[in-house]
Design a protein around this ligand. Structure first.
Ligand code: MOS
Length: 738
């Protein structure tokens, strides 16, 4: 479809589910209050490592309203999930809750109290007395600069091209710097929750999940029952950012508890649990070594990384990846090492790998520009990769140069005085920083069903979900575009297992994955409609079904020029609806091109040294993500990503007590995140070049790219204002005053 013919795609259509959300009619996992509902509350480990020696449950069992207490001695038999992403069974934590008496991290669930009311469950949980045999928690990641027992990652091994060591030794200009990022926590507005109900051996569970298909398969595996006996409902999700991609222990506990007490059970986590049992962005250390020629061409790039995982399983944040792809450097080495610790298992967090990795890469690029006395933007422009240097493939589309030039122009970059601390406004010193943004453009498999109905409406069904990103809206737009039926008459059903299998809401790939399936299914539904309409009793009796197309909500005969609206087409046939179901998958184009999105951030800070006040005042961002399906929801994603990047740069840090492994900052008063008062002037632009190799309408997706590059742009701006290069995030006032 060419751009000129598009009517609904590309507009800033309001969210189709917006009214339901603002009027409170949107149903979230913890909103389900089935008759007889009871409540669960988790007892968590207060030690970071060791064993449970004994549990005294007498007082809790006798407390008012208590129905059951589950723990490692009475837990019914469960099975570990095979934990394979491709088969939809990947889980956040492979260990089954209450599997044995071992404690792997503080905050691990050790018992679950089920009671008539939430307050009774919580009160009884506080009466559970657990005696531990504590061991010293393993937290050497935090104390050793380069953890000695780190091992090369199995999930994401290293990478090399050229002669990085020789090139480094002989490089005319060198930068060597260690960057580090703390543990970050997703903290979606909607806390994780599960509401489970069994009926005749079948489980209905309401979940806050980014992947109904995966949750469905993994839950059936763990419970050892047929997937046909499980339905996962997730019509609305209040944010996920990766923390809700894979199943965590509380979901299993809710399901088991409901079966044990034969009542519907709601298990809503508390904010503190968000810091331990549902993943986090792992901390990383990144030793950067960058070499350049005197005229500003990269000659060597080494990115050695360390990441902390749990003692239960490996999770590696592949922070080195970006160093292989973004710049045209002939000699590159990336190592990725991982070390276990007494912490919960990490999980992807918005732009996993890239968000952290860009801090090291773009941080070092900025340092190199200073060393070369080159403008940081000019330095980038001299080194952009013309094709993907790791895959050795042409880009499916890459307009990063246009992003950079437009961002610089909108920001007024040409007025930048490179001298540190030179740009003053009253008491404040301005700092201007720059960094690129990038994220992969994946696409996976999806099936969708499209139903054309006698009342003139269209229904689209797909087991994907909308985590706040706009999936309902973009599906409605795609169906409206393909049928010509107005958006108000498109019904979208997603957020339930059992519908045709759709994509995970992760990796920024839901839009690019689901839209081609919706288009293919529409085609099939139209073919079915044409067949029906050309039968003896049809409105196009005797016409050639192949000559019939659906446009502007009407079936149109290209030969006779006659059009009949959808409702009138179906009326004489007495059929309520026709439907088409189709699967779409990425094709051979994936072997011919490298798919990636790009962007550029210019960021301004204001530093008032008299009162030690640092504020981010302006961010100008330009993104090349192919076609933008909905300008409003897409811009929303980028705004959110930038704010998350500002959190990474300035505020967020999950702090552990090294004596016992407990999280000291397990609430959103101590774990700082940017709020509205921290929001700078945000200027987000998409340069729209539809990606002709992506399929659908050429959209690459926008969920994650916004966060990448923001924190290094901030580090660069702070350096420009203050002369202090803070390489361990977040950039706190204390570090600036040190
Ligand atoms: Mo994103 S970290 O794939 O939810």
């Amino acid at each position: 479809m060419s751009t000129e013919t598009l009517k609904v795609i590309g507009t800033g259509l309001n969210r189709v589910e917006g009214r339901a959300k603002v009027t409170g009619r949107a149903n979230y996992a913890a909103d389900n209050h089935a008759a007889g509902l009871v409540h669960a509350y988790g007892v968590v480990s207060t030690i970071g490592a060791g064993r449970i020696e004994s549990m005294d449950l007498a007082a809790a069992q006798n407390a008012p309203g208590v129905l059951a207490i589950l723990h490692h001695r009475n837990m019914p038999k469960l099975y570990r999930s095979p934990n394979e992403f491709e088969n939809g069974t990947r889980v956040g934590e492979v260990r089954i809750p209450f599997e044995d008496e071992t404690i792997y991290y503080a905050g691990q669930f050790v018992a679950l109290v089920v009671a008539e009311t939430f307050e009774q469950a919580r009160a009884a949980a506080r009466l559970v007395r657990v005696t531990y045999r504590p061991e010293k928690p393993k937290l050497n990641y935090f104390t050793e600069e380069r953890p000695g027992d780190a091992k090369e990652s199995k999930e994401h091994p290293g990478y090399q091209r050229g002669q990085p060591d020789e090139a480094w030794v002989s490089a005319p200009v060198k930068v060597e710097a260690m960057y580090s990022l703390p543990v970050e926590v997703h903290n979606p507005m909607e806390i994780h929750a599960s509401t489970a109900r069994w009926e005749d051996g079948r489980l209905e569970i309401h979940e806050s999940t980014q992947w109904v298909v995966g949750q469905h398969k993994a839950l059936a595996q763990v419970l050892g029952i047929s997937p046909q006996d499980v339905t996962v409902h997730a019509p609305f999700i209040g944010g996920g950012f990766g923390g809700k991609l894979f199943m965590w222990p509380h979901t299993v506990l809710a399901a088991v508890a409901a079966r044990e007490v034969q009542r519907p059970v709601k298990f809503m986590l508390e904010r503190k649990n968000e810091f331990t049992t549902v993943g986090h962005r792992p901390p990383t250390k990144q030793l950067m070594r960058v070499g350049a020629s005197a005229d500003g061409k990269l000659v060597a790039l080494r990115h050695d990384t360390w990441c902390q995982t749990s003692k239960v399983q490996e999770f590696m944040d592949s922070v080195g990846d970006v160093s292989g792809v973004l710049y045209d450097c002939p000699n590159v080495a990336i190592t990725q090492r991982v070390v276990g610790g007494s912490v919960g298992t990490p999980t992807p967090m918005r732009a996993p790998g890239a968000a952290s990795g860009m801090v090291g890469l773009e941080g070092a690029m900025d340092e190199m520009a200073v060393a070369l006395k080159l403008d940081p933007i000019e330095f980038r422009l001299r080194n952009l990769a013309a094709m993907d240097p790791t895959e050795k493939l042409p880009w499916s589309g890459n307009h990063v140069r246009e992003c950079i030039e437009l961002a610089a122009k909108k920001f007024g970059w040409d007025r930048r005085d490179p001298a540190v601390g030179s740009m003053r406004e009253g008491d404040e010193i301005l700092g201007w920083g720059f960094a690129l943004a990038t994220w992969t453009a994946e696409r996976s498999n999806a099936t969708a069903r499209v139903e054309l109905r006698a009342d003139g409406t269209v229904r689209v069904a797909c087991a994907t979900q909308d985590i706040g990103t706009g999936t309902y809206t973009v599906i409605a737009q795609a169906a409206a575009e393909a049928t010509g039926v107005p958006v108000e008459r498109i019904e979208v059903e997603i957020g339930r297992s059992g519908l045709p299998e759709g994509p995970i809401s992760g990796g920024s790939m839901a839009t690019a994955t689901v839209i081609p399936a919706v288009l293919a299914a529409t085609k099939k539904a139209v073919a079915a409609l044409a067949k029906l309409a050309t039968q003896a009793d049809g409105v196009f009796a005797g016409s050639d079904p192949k000559a019939l197309t659906l446009a502007e909500g009407a079936l149109h005969d290209q030969r006779s020029g006659r059009s009949v609206p959808l409702a009138a087409t179906l009326a004489p046939t007495r059929v309520a609806s026709v439907s088409g179901e189709a699967k779409s998958a990425p094709g051979p184009e994936r072997k011919k091109f490298s798919f990636r999105s790009f962007g550029a951030h210019c960021l301004e800070v204001r530093w008032d040294p008299g009162i030690a006040k640092l504020r981010v005042s302006r961010v100008v961002t330009v993104i090349d993500a192919g076609r933008i399906i909905n300008r409003k929801t897409a811009a929303n994603q980028i705004y959110g990503g930038i704010m998350m990047g500002l959190g990474m740069g300035r505020l967020e840090e999950s702090v552990y007590d090294l004596r016992n492994g407990r999280v000291l900052t397990d609430n959103i008063a101590d774990y700082l995140m940017p709020v509205h008062a921290d929001t700078p002037d945000l200027d987000v632009t998409f340069i729209e070049h539809p990606d002709e190799h992506m399929g659908g309408f050429g959209a690459r997706g926008v969920g994650e790219i916004g966060v990448t590059g923001v924190a290094p742009a901030l580090i660069s701006a702070v350096y420009h204002a203050t002369g202090k290069r803070v390489r361990d995030l977040p950039v706190t006032i204390e570090k600036l005053l040190a």
